[in-house]
Design a protein around this ligand. Sequence first.
Ligand code: UGA
Length: 422
Amino acid sequence: MKISVIGCGYVGVVTGACLGELGHDVVFVDIDKRKIEAINSAGSPIFEPGLNKLISKNHHRLSATTLVAEALEDTDITFLCVGTPSNDDGSINLDYVRSAGTDIGKALKEINSFHVVVVKSTVLPGTTEEVIKPAIESESRKKASREFGISSNPEFLREGSAVEDFFKPDRIVIGFEDERSKALLEDLYAPFECPKIFTDIKTAEMVKYVSNASLAMKISFANEIGNMCKAMGIDAYEVFRAVCMDRRINPAFFRSGLGFGGSCFPKDVRALISKIEETGLNPRILKSVIDVNEAQPLKMIELLKKHLPNLKGAKIGVLGLAFKPDTEDIRESRAIVLVKRLIEEEADVISYDPAAKDNFRALFPGISYAKTADDVLEADAVLIVTEWKEFEDLDYREKLVIDGRRIERARRDAAVYEGVCW
Ligand code: UGA
């Protein structure tokens, strides 16, 4: 098939590159010329394991442009993958989605064949039908379901393992209105053997939010229990290991420590809270999920102060700046909250991250950035903030370590060791 992908963030680029690997012709669209150039030179515009290889291997099927009309002209399906950031009050900002809808509408006006628009951007239930569809209809002067198709197909890709997740999905969710769009997407996803859920558009949109909210809720629950375990000298990991042997309780996402960061969980839970409130209901559980998560990184400072009561002038090492391993992304990283607090306490911060250093430096130019993890170990105390694999190979003997991510080697060898929830 011929496919266009609007938005070259990690969802758009991964989706497009993986569709290329399946043999489809893909045209990417973005306003950022550097991203366009990267793709047209057969490279990935973002850091994501496996992506560069995929793009260079399939470069003859992949191209990129800044013009929506040019991309849509010759394609059958458009995936809408632009970002949906948070407003200051936690509500979702639909500016990019709205303007992409308008651009798609303008392009569809000039196209005579049936074109299906598939919304992959994370949008609250109702948005595709109430915001995106009307924007396309009014610009194109065409009617959805009759003259073009509209559909919702949320993504469940994790940064750092997005390519693998694309090819091994647990399920594929498709919200649709008309049979022609359904048939086209059935065809596109035919190579995948996982369950496929065909439903209405609003339900598909809701599945995405409830999936992320469920995972975020598990993490905050694990942290609430973990804090209590720590206070009582119990190892939370040992507790959850046994709890999750109950077949009814899936063990994933109960890793306690510093809580969740990233561009999705914090933003999506806040957006869902704001939507529930708008409906006149009180999202009590979800508000607590955020409360627990916001307080969690500061547990690390409490534990640090147990051993170094005065942080002024103390050299504090921070291992890991990315919000999770295998990414350069620092959005809502727990390291941001921690470093901010360390600066307030006038500590001398030395940090290391194998991928996220430059992004972090743009935010915190005043701290030191070590070339190797070993340099950080020279500090008076070391905080483990991201569980990069290489941190398992460091020599923690004679060190004071506060571990937010359960690095076994540090737990075993450090002279003084505190786990946040164990
Ligand atoms: C998350 C979801 O896992 C994806 O399914 C979803 O598609 C994506 O959001 C999205 O909406 O786009 P991602 O944010 O890339 O993916 O990362 P996760 O691996 O889910 O981790 C999120 C945060 O939770 C990280 O900061 C991680 O350190 C933290 N986490 C995760 C824990 O603190 N404990 C756990 O047990 C698991």
